[in-house]
Design a protein around this ligand. Structure first.
Ligand code: ATP
Length: 908
């Protein structure tokens, strides 16, 4: 592949030289040329980090204490010349590693696929038009547009900047954003001083810029120092670590028990050394839950995939677990709780309050006053206001096949629609009053200003923004074409009135300026403007958000609305959605004067926070966390990044979110919808509960098997089940029955329980009880049947075959119990809802028939074909576990209900 000539001095060259050298021009490349360059230079992607080779990944499967124990057991068994046993132990170890290897690979692939959904976009000029393309299609010579929140897609020599500031920490480690200009710097300047360059993978924190791409992919600075900034994170979570620690403890305990059994057998029961050694190995093998780590990983991966199909992309795996314990969700209003489909409904001028009809962005509707339609010619101030709203605006409205499509910011789209309803021609207006300069809208300053000059040289400044902000810039008000002193009280009353209807309020102001005034500064709009009027815009709540908020309430999760909008608008929308008490709301200005204690009290009390800035968001998260809450926080802007990082689960908006917000978040919503957060919480809870189910299912099997061997040694009997048979049972049930639990759908009541305490250990007292209870049933049933068979003089092989099948059948019935941990399975959902359960059971039955009746398996595992009647005994005995566990659930539920009732009775 041809690469761009290695030029290290783009930063020292004049822009005309750069354009010449890179064979481009300010109008950008043609689509044809861009395609040619793409095939010549390759995609604009960094080489992916070297992944571990498959061999290493396979070998790593053996790096686990539990497997070490098995390996040691296999080696010693081989040294004792028990070749078949040793062979089966090694066979199982290899099969287990293979399964782990394949499943891990699948999980990684699923996560990779999900990550690629979040690919970056870039705004470039192609054929002279501004188009959005995937960032990996950017080529050297492309003209790229940058704005605050963007991740720079390639190395760029800047041509134009407007207060452009870039955070280059990814490249230089410097955390303060750098001010960018277009002036070349000296050739020897270090990266951090190359102010006329924007480097790939850095973030625009403020302003806007345009530049020409000089290098892409691995040729960029970031590519050259080969620092992969990709979000590939190792597949580990707190839960997996907990499990690993648990495995370690378990190994120790198993080791101690094996030694005890060994010594006891030799000293007290006078077993032979070799025989007793095999029994001790059998015990160790029995107690080790080999399949558990792989099952947990796969359950997490299934959860992540499930969330992706419901519009929530997990960027960091631990978030899956944390989601299940979230106690507070702090959500933006606009677009997340509301539809972000704005329509102007009210206009206030100095003397009138007009209504505007129409739905959505479609520019069909009428202006009316007290119920009577009016025309704009009768109301010159209204006309001026509509004109200003159209000019101080970057949105566009087009009719495509009879459908109106809006491009740009929804608030501005609503103004364009209103302007067209007023009979104005947007394109004409822009030609008559071309824009000379702009101060773009940013959430921090909450206004936008534009400078225009008509063709006779007259200059105008238009400002639109949050009313409090704009009123501060005005000392006059416009009335029938003339300026008069401002009546602040009148306007303040109107803010309350319009916002109280749940509408977003924008104020519009204007001021004439000089013909020579060609650039717009903040100081230009500090005062002297004349207010034209207010515009009230509705943004209806999302119906699904109303339901989702209710669901959160039943799930013990508080929802807080954090918005940049006016307090009255926020309160009114909150009441419609069901957030807050309809009265309590706190504004950013009130938060500013609170000390830490007051802040902590305030966040506990109120659910609506209005006119907040990103710094408030960070403090809100910190205070809620200090109050012991587990916080999920949404965000979209550049400055939301610290709050997103600090939250337990940072959630970025996939559509309107900036690259910075997405990179800082644990989760990205592809539809920006609050309801998707609730779905993700439900999935998070389900994943955790399914992992718990797998553990509760697997461990009693191991406990039962180990118990049977201990019971045999203590009573001085032959082992009812040999080590290789135990391995068979463990393997066959782990890859079928236990795995099917990973596909369990959410339990009906999962969103009616309070959030899980994140500090709660995975093995709760209840789980320990359940594991012991079921282990005991399995030991009694299997050992009992074994003793019964031996009493009736059947061969040891036959009796052992009965034991193996009894254990497996016990597991099949117990699997049905485990689908619901605490509640009865005697419901319709208890027997349907997860077909994998039945597929797994079918597979296990076929495997057991194969195991029991084929000569090859009979020889390998020392088993015998069973008489048909034996299956009847086995089924009757093993069905008992199903009945007993269901009775246990009933008793425990009754006790719980009684416990809850006691305080109420006491109160009476
Ligand atoms: P939320 O945090 O709920 O999503 P938001 O992000 O919509 O709210 P901002 O976009 O920060 O809040 O808007 C705050 C205020 O700024 C609005 O109430 C409005 O008065 C004003 N505003 C919003 N968009 C524009 C714009 N494009 N031009 C001028 N002013 C705007």
């Amino acid at each position: 592949m041809n690469k761009v000539p290695f030029n290290t001095s783009w930063h020292a060259s004049e822009i005309t030289d750069v354009l010449e050298q890179i064979e481009s021009e300010p109008e950008g490349l043609t689509i044809e040329e861009a395609e040619k360059r793409l095939s010549r230079y390759g995609k604009n992607k960094l080489r992916p980090p070297k992944k571990q080779s498959p061999v290493i990944r396979f070998l790593l499967q053996f790096h686990n204490v539990l497997i070490y124990v098995l390996l040691a057991a296999g080696i010693i068994t081989a040294l004792l010349s028990h070749w078949v046993d040793a062979g089966v132990i090694f066979g199982v170890i290899i099969v287990n590693a293979l399964i782990g290897f394949i499943q891990e690979g699948k999980a990684e692939k699923a996560l990779d696929a999900i990550r690629s959904i979040l690919s970056q976009q870039a705004f470039v000029l192609r054929d002279g038009k501004k188009v959005m393309i995937p960032a990996d299609g950017v080529v050297p010579g492309d003209i790229v547009f940058l704005q605050s929140g963007d991740k720079v897609p390639a190395d760029i020599r800047l041509i134009k900047t407007k207060e452009l500031r870039i955070d280059e920490a990814a490249l230089t480690g410097e955390s303060m954003p750098v001010d960018k200009t277009v002036v070349p710097v000296i050739e020897t300047a270090v990266i951090g001083d190359r102010k006329c360059m924007a480097f790939s993978a850095t973030f625009v924190t403020y302003g806007q810029g345009t530049g020409v791409v000089v290098s892409t992919g691995d040729d960029t600075e970031i590519g050259r120092i080969n620092m992969m900034l990709s979000n590939v994170k190792p597949l580990t979570t707190r839960l997996l670590r907990q499990i690993a620690e648990f495995g370690y403890l378990l190994t120790m305990a198993i080791g101690a028990m094996a030694i005890f059994t060994f010594v006891f057998g030799i000293m007290v029961r006078q077993y032979k050394f070799g025989e007793m050694f095999l029994a001790a190995v059998g015990m160790a093998v029995a107690a080790i839950p080999e399949g558990l780590p792989a099952i947990i990983t796969i359950t997490l991966a299934i959860g992540v995939k499930g969330m992706a199909t419901r519009n929530a992309i997990i960027r960091r795996l631990p978030a899956v677990e944390t989601l299940g314990s979230v106690t507070v969700i702090c959500s933006d209003k606009t677009g997340t709780l509301t539809r972000n489909e704005m329509t102007v409904q009210t206009i206030a001028t100095v003397s009138h309050l007009f209504d505007v009809s129409g739905v959505g962005y479609e520019p069909h509707g009428e202006f009316s006053l007290d119920g009577k339609n009016i025309t704009l010619t009768e109301h010159p101030t209204l006309r001026e206001l509509a004109q200003a709203a159209l000019l101080c605006n970057d949105a566009e409205l087009h009719a495509v096949e009879n459908q109106w499509q809006m491009h740009g910011d929804p608030t501005e789209g609503a103004l364009v629609s209103m302007g067209i309803k007023a009979g104005m021609e947007h394109a004409n207006l822009k030609e008559m009053y071309p824009r000379t300069d702009v101060i773009p809208f940013e959430s921090e300053h909450r206004f936008m200003a534009t400078l225009h000059h008509d063709h006779s040289g007259h200059g105008f400044i238009y400002v639109k923004g949050a009313p409090e902000k704009v009123l501060m810039m005005c000392d006059k008000q416009r009335s029938s074409g003339v300026n008069e002193p401002i009546n602040i009280k009148y306007w303040n009353n109107h803010i309350e009135e319009i916002a109280g209807r749940g509408q977003r309020v924008l104020a519009i102001a204007s001021m004439p300026t000089d013909v020579n005034h060609r650039t717009l500064q903040f100081s230009d709009v500090n005062g002297g403007l004349s207010i034209l009027g207010f515009i009230g815009i509705i943004d209806p709540p999302r119906t699904e958000a109303i339901k989702a908020v209710q669901l959160c309430k039943s799930a013990g999760i508080r929802v807080k609305m954090i918005t940049g909008d006016h307090i009255s608008t926020a309160r009114s929308i909150g009441a419609k959605i069901g957030i807050g008490d309809g009265k309590t709301a706190i504004s950013g200005t009130e938060l500013d004067v609170m000390d830490d204690n007051q802040f902590r009290l305030a966040v506990q009390k109120a659910d609506i926070f209005a006119r907040v800035s990103p710094e408030h968001k960070l403090k809100l998260v910190q205070s809620l966390q200090a109050n012991g809450e587990v916080v999920a926080m949404t965000g979209d802007g550049v400055n939301d990044a610290p709050a997103l990082k600090r939250a337990d689960v940072g959630i970025a908006m996939g559509i309107k979110g900036t690259d910075v917000a997405k990179e800082s978040a644990e989760m990205v919503l592809t539809d920006d919808n609050f309801a998707s957060i609730t779905n993700a919480v439900e999935q998070g809870r389900t994943v955790y509960s399914n992992i718990k189910k797998s553990i509760t299912f697997i461990l009693p099997t191991n406990g039962g098997e180990a118990g049977i061997i201990i019971a045999a040694v203590l009573t001085g009997r032959l082992l009812p089940i040999t080590p290789v048979q135990i391995l068979w049972v463990n393997m066959i049930t782990a890859v079928t029955l236990a795995l099917s639990l990973a596909f369990e759908p959410p339990e009906a009541k999962i969103m009616q329980q309070s959030p899980r305490n994140p500090k709660e250990p995975i093995l709760s007292p209840f789980l320990i009880w359940r594991i012991l209870f079921v282990s005991a049933i399995m030991v009694m049933g299997t050992f009992g049947l074994f003793l019964w068979d031996r009493l009736h003089n059947v061969s040891i092989e036959y009796a052992r075959t009965v034991s193996v099948n009894t254990l497996v059948m016990f597991e099949i019935f117990y699997l049905l119990n485990t689908r619901f941990l605490r509640t009865s399975v005697f419901t319709r959902k208890g027997f349907t809802g997860n077909r994998y359960i039945y597929i797994a059971i079918g597979a296990v039955i076929i495997a057991q028939l194969f195991f029991t009746y084929t000569p090859f398996m009979q020889h390998l595992f020392g088993v015998k074909g069973l008489k048909p009647v034996e299956w009847i005994y086995i089924t009757i005995i093993t069905f008992s576990v199903f009945v007993l566990v269901e009775i246990e659930k009933l008793i425990l539920q009754k006790r719980e209900r009684r416990k809850k009732k006691i305080p109420e009775q006491l109160l009476k």
